[in-house]
Design a protein around this ligand. Structure first.
Ligand code: FAD
Length: 399
């Protein structure tokens, strides 16, 4: 007897919910959990101003005059120079303040921990991504953040400024559709963003500051119900986004398997490589869900190329909106995950075999890091929804 709430095939995908849950629990989540801890995948390159109070959020192209740099949520704390490896220290002196940069006030839980080890990365090319706003080729000052020290969790970022970002994303760039009303490509964009939003909300709820005075963190089940579980379409969109990104990883298998995961730590780098191989050539996964998303069906209608350019523009706007996220840690994860989605879009729609541009696949190091960390975030959200969703629903719905 099947007591599952979500059954059948994930909408617009090729695998059913039960298979996704099983394969996630048995294969994907354990693999990804290990992979994101390796040195190659735990360092994410960010624009230098992410870590500097002076320019933080001043890059936002949409609401330039609303004093975002002075928000209480700003919460940038001291950035002692000794946290940075030599090359970054030099960059700090180029017109940017050095020495101790004082907190501007704000939530402790929002502060990005910038502790780094001094390993640099090598051997990756720099290429543009037509889907995203940022790229590594624009020579802005960059620095690294250790993602393991900065988990995606509750930060206290709420209210009008947070709401405004989501509103702008949905209303201007990917409006919610009513069934039958929208072309499949626009539906996909909406579902990708909604699925990502569900995942962010799931992580906020699963790692929540329950008692500030005791610094007690834990699960906020009510929040998880109110923001995600209560809305079956948000749960479905989460599964969809997971399958979409998984398909992108599978499509880039050869590239990802041959890439260099070199950080100077031979043992760890070999481990990253071995885990990646297990992820992209996993027989269990291939047998259970050989085609998580069928990208070849996209852009086939009339005006396909024009539509693709339009949607690309919408996605770039969403990517640019991440510069307006007024909380440092949210901004870090927002940028990473949108870059991850942009990388999935690039793999599925902007390389050989599925477009007119006919280019071989080339990825930036940061794109690969974002893609894998995004897949991990989604995998964890799906696991949480599957494991604790039913009991929360029972409690909340009074069964
Ligand atoms: P919100 O989550 O702000 O949602 C706004 C509206 O969007 C809802 O009222 C609903 O109409 C619609 N909506 C909600 N979920 C979905 C969905 N899945 N699909 C479709 N529509 C939906 N806060 C943290 O504490 N930690 C973080 O790491 C963090 N990261 C963020 C990253 C980004 C990019 C942004 C924009 C915000 C982030 N926030 C984070 C803030 C957080 O997402 C919420 O905005 C905040 O907690 C306030 O929540 P809310 O209840 O007002 O609803």
């Amino acid at each position: 007897q099947d007591s599952r709430k979500y059954t059948g095939v994930v909408e617009d995908c090729c695998c059913d919910y039960e298979t996704v849950d099983n394969i996630n629990e048995a294969v994907l989540h354990p693999l990804l959990q290990e992979l994101v801890k390796t040195p190659f995948f735990r360092y994410f390159k960010v624009e230098y101003q992410l870590s500097l109070p002076v320019k933080l959020w001043c890059d936002c192209p949409f609401w330039p005059d609303d004093g975002m740099c002075n928000l209480r949520d700003c919460s940038v704390c001291e950035c002692p120079e000794d946290e940075f490896p030599e090359p970054f220290k030099k960059a700090m002196l180029h017109g940017l303040p050095s020495g101790n940069l004082k907190c501007q006030g704000g939530n402790l839980q929002d502060v990005v921990d910038r502790t780094l080890d001094s390993k640099a990365f090598r051997g990756w090319i720099e290429v543009d991504n037509p889907w995203t706003h940022d790229d590594e080729t624009d020579n802005r000052e960059m620095t690294y953040v250790n993602l393991q020290l900065n988990p995606e969790r509750y930060t206290g970022y709420t209210g009008a400024t947070a709401r405004r970002i989501w509103d702008a994303i949905y209303s201007e760039n990917c409006p919610k559709y009513t069934s039958g009303e929208i072309c499949p490509e626009r539906r996909v964009l909406y579902k990708l963003i909604s699925g990502l939003h569900s995942s962010i909300s799931t992580h906020i709820a699963s790692d929540y500051l329950l008692d500030e005075t005791k610094n007690l963190w834990g699960r906020n089940l009510e929040l998880m119900y109110d923001r995600v579980l209560r809305f079956p379409d948000r749960v479905r969109n989460l599964y969809f986004t997971f399958m979409f990104v998984l398909r992108a990883v599978a499509k880039a298998a050869t590239y990802l398997e041959q890439a260099e995961y070199d950080t100077g730590n031979l043992e760890e780098d070999l481990k990253a490589h071995a885990l990646m191989r297990q992820l992209v050539y996993n027989p269990k996964l291939q047998a259970a869900c050989p085609l998580p998303f069928a990208e070849a069906k996209m852009w086939q209608g009339q005006g396909g190329p024009e539509l693709k350019l339009e949607i690309q523009k919408n996605f770039k706007n969403i990517s640019a909106l991440m510069d307006c996220v007024g909380c440092e840690k949210c901004r870090l994860w927002g940028k990473l995950q949108v870059l991850g989605l942009g990388t999935a879009l690039k793999i599925l729609f902007s390389v050989e075999g599925n477009n007119q541009e006919n280019q071989p696949l080339q990825l930036q190091r940061n794109e690969v890091i974002a893609l894998v960390n995004l897949l991990h975030r989604l995998s964890e959200s799906v696991k949480l929804v599957q494991e604790i969703g039913p009991s929360i629903e029972q409690t909340m719905e009074g069964f």
